[in-house]
Design a binder for this molecule. Structure first.
Ligand SMILES: [Zn+2]
Length: 416
């Protein structure tokens, strides 16, 4: 048992903060929470000295095996390859220790990695789940469904046969797609991802094969039969409309890299609200690309604002793994960008907590500090209601009831 007292509770539901809150954690679960909570005498107590206590953050779209490079202009070259490759290999051999640490250090206790080598990714997830490795909870689709030669199989992965084989499923037949989904469901993936887009992210031309709409429909339908949620990468208004129509649970990015804003018509928005489709705008990666594609970021923000005002549920995703967006750190940037787009800081917090959990189908377990939820909790020194990215001023991280980081005990801050 662990008792946290004297916290300013932002519980992730969007409700007003509660001062002098007490949170009682028993094993991996939040046992009780509120302003005046009794707890057994002699329990270990940590006085938070009025600091903000909130749910662990959730990043619904990143690439765990991607780059950990701050510079958005970084490019492959004969000079950059070896330093990148050796640091990647070193981390890969340590089961992505650096990436796991960056997530936890930044209070990101849950991630959805949007397409990885399978079954490596589910094995890593299980090792973390069993407590053999520290790291965020991983939700993973494993391989990405795409057309033969489609993105990313025929684009960024095309020179690496191993990755194409393990991280993609190139399908052009609805029955084959169903069969592949069934196999992955049995193998234990958490969701299914499909790329339904003609955009070649290598040179941004609209020239790669696109998943057949009937194949996408079969993929989504079969996933739902196995209780797996679906994330769809769409890049044009028409693609987005089609993806929502066939039942995609979340639309990722939702804007073409050439800056074409997706026209979310009133009909499409009404459909998304009606079906509960989430929008994961990955604003952080647009921010990283702001000099390469002038005007792009403003369009993404306008889209976020329009959908949010129309009650479409927004969930945080950063697309970390792209140069310029680093796992963990980028979620705080995403929070500020959502506020710049027009959300209140509290609403931005909800997108990274309750909404993100809902997007993963985990609203009963994660995303809020409420009785019965899993104890994924962070304590921050600043006030994220003044500036959302203060979520990055981490003092304490608790995941699954276990304290991963505790700077309050080091004596840097006097106990209240
Ligand atoms: Zn991505």
């Amino acid at each position: 048992m662990l008792v946290l007292t004297n916290g300013t509770l932002i519980d992730g539901t969007g409700k007003e903060p509660i001062e002098k809150a007490v949170v009682v954690i028993e094993a991996n679960t939040i046992k009780s929470v509120g302003p005046e909570i009794a707890y057994p005498e002699g329990s270990p107590v940590i006085d938070l000295g009025g600091r903000v206590i909130m749910p662990g953050l959730i990043d619904c779209h990143l690439h765990l095996g991607g780059f950990v490079i701050d510079d958005p202009n970084w490019q492959f070259s004969s000079r950059s390859f070896m330093p990148w490759f050796s640091s990647f290999l070193w981390d890969y051999l340590r089961h992505f220790a650096k990436r796991r640490r960056l997530a936890i250090e930044n209070g990101v206790t849950t991630i959805r990695s949007a397409g990885d080598n399978y079954p490596d990714i589910t094995k890593l997830r299980d090792r973390i789940e069993l407590g053999k490795l520290t790291g965020p909870r991983i939700f993973a689709p494993g391989p990405i469904f795409t057309a033969p030669g489609g993105h990313p199989a025929g684009t960024i992965y095309r020179r690496n046969r191993y990755i194409v084989e393990h991280a993609t499923r190139q399908v052009d037949d609805a029955e084959v797609a169903r069969e592949e989904v069934r196999k992955l469901a049995e193998g234990g993936v958490d969701c299914i991802k499909a790329v339904y887009s003609r955009i070649n992210l290598m040179d941004l031309a609209h020239d790669v094969p696109q998943l057949d709409l009937r194949v996408l429909e079969a993929t989504v339908d079969e996933a739902h039969r196995h209780n797996l949620r679906t994330m769809v990468h769409a890049g044009s208004p028409e693609e987005t409309r089609n993806a929502v129509t066939v039942g995609a649970d979340s639309i990722e990015h939702g804007i073409g890299p050439d800056g074409d804003p997706i026209e979310f018509t009133d009909t499409l928005i009404a459909m998304m609200v009606d079906k509960g489709t989430y929008y994961v705008p990955t604003v952080a990666v647009s921010w990283a690309l702001k000099n390469t594609y002038p005007g792009f970021l403003a369009k993404v923000k306008a889209t976020v604002k329009k959908l949010h005002d129309s009650s479409v549920k927004i969930a945080t995703g950063t697309d970390s793994g792209m140069p310029g967006v680093v796992i963990g750190k980028s979620i705080h940037i995403e929070m500020d960008l959502l506020v710049e787009a027009g959300l209140s800081p509290m609403e931005a917090i909800v997108t990274a907590t309750r909404n993100a959990a809902g997007n993963l189908g985990q609203e009963h377990h994660l995303g809020t500090i409420e009785e019965g939820k899993l104890a994924d909790i962070i304590v921050v020194s600043g006030n994220p209601l003044e500036q959302a990215s203060k979520t990055g001023e981490i003092e304490m991280v608790i995941k699954n009831g276990e304290v991963s980081i505790n700077r309050l005990r080091k004596g840097r801050f006097p106990q209240a």
